[in-house]
Design a binder for this molecule. Sequence first.
Ligand code: ADP
Ligand code: MG
Ligand code: ZN
Length: 616
Amino acid sequence: MEIPPKNNRDTKNSRPRNLLPKLSRKRSILTRYVIPVVLVVLGIILLTIAAVRVISFSMRSAAAVQERPISDVLNMADHHQLKSVTISGNDVNATGTTGQQYHAVKEDGQPVTEIFRHDGVSVNVVNSQQGAWEQGAIDLVLVLAVLGVMFVFIRRSSMGGRSMPFSRSKARRFNESCPTVLFQDVAGVEEAKMELEEIVEFLKQPERFTAMGARTPKGVLLVGSPGTGKTLISRAVAGEAAVPFYSVSGSEFVEMFVGVGAARVRDLFKEAKDHAPCIVFIDEIDALGRQRSNSGTGGNDEREQTLNQLLVEMDGFDKNANVVIIAATNRPDVLDSALLRPGRFDRRVMLDKPDIRGREAILSVHAQGKPIDPDLTLTDLARQTAGFSGADLANLLNEAALLAARKDLKLIGKIELEEAILRVLAGPERKSHLITEAEKAIIAYHEVGHAIVMRMTPGSDPVQKVTAIARGMALGITVSAPAEDRYLVRRSELLAKLAGAMGGRAAEEIIFGDVTTGASQDIDYVTGIARRMVCEFGMSPLGNVAYKADAEGNLMISAELASRIDAEVSLLIDNAYATALRVLREKQDRLEAIAEHLIQVETIDGVELDKMLFAA
Ligand code: ADP
Ligand code: MG
Ligand code: ZN
């Protein structure tokens, strides 16, 4: 979804600059084929002429002229063996009394003229060398020029119309073509906005800060999971301050060749300084700013050099250079500590997943211009979307609008919004996915197994929907969401989650006496939770100890302790599976009835599930 341009005040103060010339993709045959061919032919002809001249000249001179050190030539002058001398620049060409030619090179500023004159040699000083040699040099320059032009052409055509040398930063100037984003377009992150307000003030009126002797902000690190609006809010800072916005991704600096990334960093900063005040946005800075490991030898040279260059550039910033670097990451823990020191990215702004009020605010930003059924409230929608990021919410409303448009509706209704929620969670339905009756039964039992165990274990999130339709990567899904935002999760709730997740496999086991690969996601999920319960949350007999991996992902513990951790993890999962089996055996008749119903209708919601589960 695009935000319509609110105003164009940021294009007002920025002259259109031809930074990265946009060449049309469709290039004429003339420039594409004819000119390069002509240039190549010309180049070859010139090169041949030049080569012939240079070779013949050097052969001629090798025969006639003797190369001597300058001291020898001076000695000869002293012994009156020289007739005349021609000096041009540092080249000394002497003719002996026998007619023999000598050549020597003097040092810069060495006053040989007087010595020769003193020795009675006639000295002829010329400003530049003449003759074949000079001609050869001119040819060479010409050839080089032609080769240079050819090189540019070849690069242009091979880079899809862009004539960028290798070391140019790939930073894109953003807000020249894109609509301006303002703080009002970013919702639900009030604290972050407040923190960034100061950056805006600084970019607008740097004098106010420098007059107070304040060290001006240089780097801001935005920390938040994907889709929380890091890019958006950075653009909003540029929009509010009405300054140019350069965007580049950390991974673009990391190239195959050592030194290229560093050159790009240099180029980026040069460009930024030329266009100050401005904002440079480095997305995914963890790609280049990872902790430098002291173990590996070489290997990471390129990234390290690039990172060093970045640090150097940030340190070298003139105090008054009005450039603010905003970097984004969702892995602040892996960043090199050097990046976070004062004067670098010393400000951190956190962007959390929005809470219910935040979600409502974000929804209302993105609901603008979308006719939503007035009976529905965004508050309700916000309640149903716990855990959604800003990007998910934007996506949700867009999907709903697309669905409504496809159905030719006047308003976006409840059905479209609910379908859109599922789409965001798991992807679109795959109706064309051919599933045999037998497989469909397994999927239905599996999903109903999840739903019943969740419904029957206290501490589970309420079940909202069960489907046996393939969607995205999943063959069926059971949607449950907490009634409100949760920041603390009890141990009992985690155990309930584990049991619910094992409910699918337990149902397969009970009904079909065999299990399928369909539970692999569930197993992945429970393993993750169980491991965190043991290693991070202190929720196992191993005690309240954190067993954390270091930056390289190695758990620095003894093999014995590792196997005890594994045993505790397995125990948690085994118990969860046992719980699921027990619950489903008790409710086996309901499991069968609901699953058979689901095979017919493909989707049932939480209310219907309750009705069938608890009906007398
Ligand atoms: P990130 O860079 O953190 O991954 P983006 O800034 O690219 O996230 O967000 C993607 C899209 O999601 C934005 O273009 C916007 O439409 C929407 N979005 C994310 N967060 C918000 C927010 N707080 N308010 C409004 N829209 C948001
Ligand atoms: Mg982003
Ligand atoms: Zn499952």
